[in-house]
Design a protein around this ligand. Structure first.
Ligand code: 6PG
Length: 252
């Protein structure tokens, strides 16, 4: 497992850097296997990245889009992660609709929809124990949550399936489980804003457990972990260099 921590001057620079890394991983995956699988993050931070991806020329038929988590709302709901990514990116490019695999939220039963998406992944990836996404994009909340893996919730302990039901203040959400995220080839955290500093300090510099700061549970089994922070979020971090390969910019 390789870890990189990069602190970029500001959010536009973070997004530019993320674009370069994502484009490199997409090209690499397609060159190697003829297909690239990417799981998208929700929230606000990745939206400008999706807007920049909409400007790129990519072999769209070889790119398959999934979501790492979803609020349990209809696809057209303003809070939908699917809706955000479609408006910012997927509606703007000629990607085949069959390459877009949103998390279902129409069964009125989150457990049923979680099981359905689990089956979707198993059907797509074949029945290997843990499908390995080429890219998993993640954000981090100011409480250290990622995807819809929130502090002190049962979802953090699920290790026998791909998709589970998380919950935020009682609101259900569908989410990748920790082992599914950790099976990925490339995991990118995109974290911006001063309000993330405290959680980052806990994750990088303390023995806080992952139950309190779930992003701490994300460590790829065999892949590469990229933490991309803007200075507002990360300039007080002095990571243990032994943990992180570099603070400068590794060539992906
Ligand atoms: C979601 C996301 C969630 C998000 C963090 C950070 O569905 O909201 O998956 O995990 O990444 O809450 O959100 P921001 O990028 O808006 O700070």
């Amino acid at each position: 497992m390789t870890k990189y921590l990069e602190i970029l001057d500001d959010k536009p620079e973070l997004i530019k850097r993320a674009l370069r890394i994502v484009m490199g991983r997409i090209e690499e995956a397609i060159a190697r296997r003829g297909v690239c699988t990417i799981a998208l993050a929700g929230g606000s931070t990745p939206k400008p990245l999706y807007e920049k991806l909409a400007e790129q020329s990519l072999p769209w038929a070889q790119l398959h889009i999934f979501w790492g988590d979803e609020r349990y709302v209809p696809a057209e709901h303003p809070d939908s992660n699917q809706r955000m990514a479609r408006l910012a990116w997927l509606d703007q490019v000629p990607i085949p609709e069959g390459n877009i695999h949103p998390m279902p939220t129409a069964a009125a039963d989150p457990q049923q929809d979680a099981a359905a998406y689990d089956a979707t992944l198993r059907n797509f990836f074949g029945d290997r124990p843990w499908p390995s996404f080429d890219i998993v994009l993640l954000g981090m909340g100011d409480d250290g949550h990622t995807a819809s893996l929130f502090p002190q919730t049962a979802a953090l302990t699920v290790g026998d399936r791909l998709i589970t039901v998380g919950e935020k203040q009682g609101e259900p959400r569908l989410t990748f489980t920790v082992p599914l995220i950790n099976a990925a080839q490339n995991i990118l955290f995109l974290v911006a804003g001063e309000n993330k500093q405290e959680a980052l300090q806990k994750i990088f510099h303390s023995d806080a457990d992952g139950f309190a700061y779930p992003s701490k549970l994300i460590n790829p089994d065999h892949g590469v972990l990229w933490w991309l922070l803007d200075a507002a979020a990360g300039d007080r971090l002095a990571p243990d260099q032994a943990i992180y390969q570099t603070k400068s910019r590794p060539e992906p």
